[in-house]
Unconditional design. Structure first.
Length: 384
C-alpha cells in the first residue's frame, strides 16, 4: 500500500491574513486546496514565524510581524501531521517566543520539530509511522539568527562535521528519511556549489528526499544517488506583496512511498491568493513547472552551477559588502561618498585580506566568536 506525503514550504501569518489564522476555517487559507491537501497520509510545512502575544526584548529580524499565539488555531485547521520550526526566524522574539510557539502548538495537539530548548531537543527527528512504514523527518538550518546551542534555545544548525554520521544514524532506524534544509540564498533559483555538495552528501548518506526551503522562490531539482533533491520550493502561505520576484508562486512536494521501493516525487504548483494559497490554474501551473524543469536540466550540465553562482556573486557583491560599512557614522558617510558601491572603498590587498578572513576556517571561527560575544553583551546592555 502506498503512502502519500505532502510537504509545503514557508508559512507566515501576515497583517492581511491574521484574521484567517485566528479562526478554524481552512478554506480561508487554502482556497480550494483542502481536498488535495487533506487526502495525503502526511502533511508537513515550515512555520517561519514565532507565535507570541507580546513583543520580546530580542531584536526582530526581517519583515515578519508579531503573530499572536491564537494563530495556532489557523495552523491546526490546516491539519498538519508535523510542523517544522527549523528556520532563521524562529528566534525573532528570543527564547521566550520559541517557548510560546511550542506551547501554543502543543495546546492544539500539534507536533513540532526542528527547534527546542537546547541543541539536543532541536536535533531530534520527527517520526511518523503508517501502513508499517516508518518515516523520519530531520530538519537543519543555516547559521543565521536562530541556532540552538548546547545551552541555549533555537533551531537545529547544520553541522557539516557530524552531518554524515547523523544522517546515517537516523536512516538506520527508519524506512525513509526526508531532510528539510532551511538554507540557500533567498530569491536565487539555483543551488550554490556549497549547498549542492551538502545536499548530495545527505543523499549519499541515506536521505531519500532532501528539500531546501528558505529561498522564497521556486528553484530546481536533481536526482542524486537514488534520492531527489529540491533546491527551493517557493512559499506555501506567505501573503507579502513586496516579497520580490517569484515570491507569489510555490510548489507542494508530493512524495509517494510505493511498494518494494517504487517511490516517486511530483510537484503541485500553487500561487498566492486571497491571503493564502491556491492551486495554480492550468496555464500558470504549466509556466511554473516548465521553468522549474528547465532550471533542473541546466544544473545537470557540468560546471553550470559554479559558473552561474560566480555571475550571481558578482551581481550581489556591492550589496553584501554594505555590511562592512554599516552601523558607524563615519563608515556610513564613506559608503555614501562611494556612491553606495563599497567595493570602491577597498584596494586589492584589502579585498584579499577580507577574502582570507572569511575563507580561512581558524580565522573565521575566531572572528565569529569575538563578534558573537560582543554582540551578546550589547544586547544585554540594551535589555538592562
Amino acid at each position: 500500500m502506498s503512502l502519500e506525503i505532502l510537504i509545503g514550504a514557508d508559512v507566515v501569518p501576515t497583517a492581511s491574513n491574521l484574521g484567517a489564522f485566528q479562526t478554524n476555517a481552512p478554506q480561508l487559507l487554502l482556497n480550494g486546496l483542502n481536498e488535495i491537501w487533506n487526502a495525503a497520509d502526511m502533511r508537513i510545512f515550515n512555520l517561519e514565524a514565532p507565535l507570541a502575544d507580546a513583543e520580546s526584548a530580542a531584536e526582530k529580524c526581517g519583515p515578519h510581524l508579531l503573530a499572536p499565539t491564537k494563530c495556532a488555531l489557523g495552523l491546526a485547521s490546516l491539519n498538519p501531521t508535523g510542523i517544522c520550526l527549523c528556520n532563521n526566524h524562529i528566534l525573532d522574539h528570543g527564547a521566550e517566543g520559541l517557548a510560546s510557539t511550542k506551547a501554543a502548538l502543543k495546546a492544539k495537539h500539534l507536533s513540532a520539530f526542528g527547534a527546542g530548548e537546547d541543541l539536543d531537543e532541536a536535533d531530534r527527528p520527527f517520526i511518523f509511522v503508517k501502513h508499517g512504514v516508518r518515516i523520519a523527518i530531520y530538519a537543519v538550518c543555516e547559521h543565521e539568527f536562530s541556532c540552538a546551542t548546547e545551552r541555549t534555545a533555537g533551531a537545529n544548525p547544520l553541522d557539516l562535521v557530524n552531518l554524515s554520521d547523523r544522517i546515517r544514524d537516523i536512516r538506520s532506524n527508519c524506512d525513509r528519511l526526508i531532510v528539510l534544509y532551511h538554507g540557500g540564498r533567498e530569491h536565487y533559483a539555483y543551488p550554490s556549489p556549497e549547498l549542492q555538495r551538502a545536499c548530495r552528501k545527505m543523499a549519499d548518506c541515506g536521505a531519500s528526499l532532501v528539500v531546501c526551503q528558505h529561498s522564497h522562490c521556486v528553484g530546481s531539482a536533481e536526482k542524486w544517488n537514488g534520492a531527489t533533491i529540491v533546491y527551493g520550493q517557493g512559499n506555501f502561505i506567505f501573503d507579502a506583496a513586496d516579497g520580490g520576484e517569484g515570491f507569489d508562486t510555490g510548489l507542494i512536494v508530493k512524495y509517494t512511498v510505493g511498494d518494494f521501493g517504487a517511490d516517486a516525487v511530483s510537484y503541485i504548483p500553487i500561487v498566492r491568493a486571497n491571503g493564502g494559497a491556491a492551486l495554480a490554474e492550468e496555464t500558470k501551473a504549466s509556466e511554473i513547472l516548465d521553468a522549474f524543469g528547465k532550471r533542473s536540466l541546466r544544473i545537470r550540465i557540468e560546471g553550470f552551477v559554479s559558473a552561474r553562482y560566480t555571475s550571481y556573486a558578482a551581481e550581489q557583491k556591492e550589496k553584501l559588502l554594505q555590511v562592512f560599512l554599516s552601523g558607524n557614522a563615519v563608515l556610513k558617510a564613506v559608503n555614501v561618498l562611494s556612491g553606495r558601491r563599497p567595493a570602491r572603498v577597498y584596494g586589492r590587498q584589502a579585498k584579499t585580506n577580507i577574502l582570507n578572513t572569511l575563507r580561512c576556517e581558524s580565522i573565521r571561527e575566531l572572528l565569529t566568536e569575538g563578534l558573537r560575544v560582543d554582540a551578546a553583551a550589547r544586547r544585554s546592555d540594551k535589555r538592562a
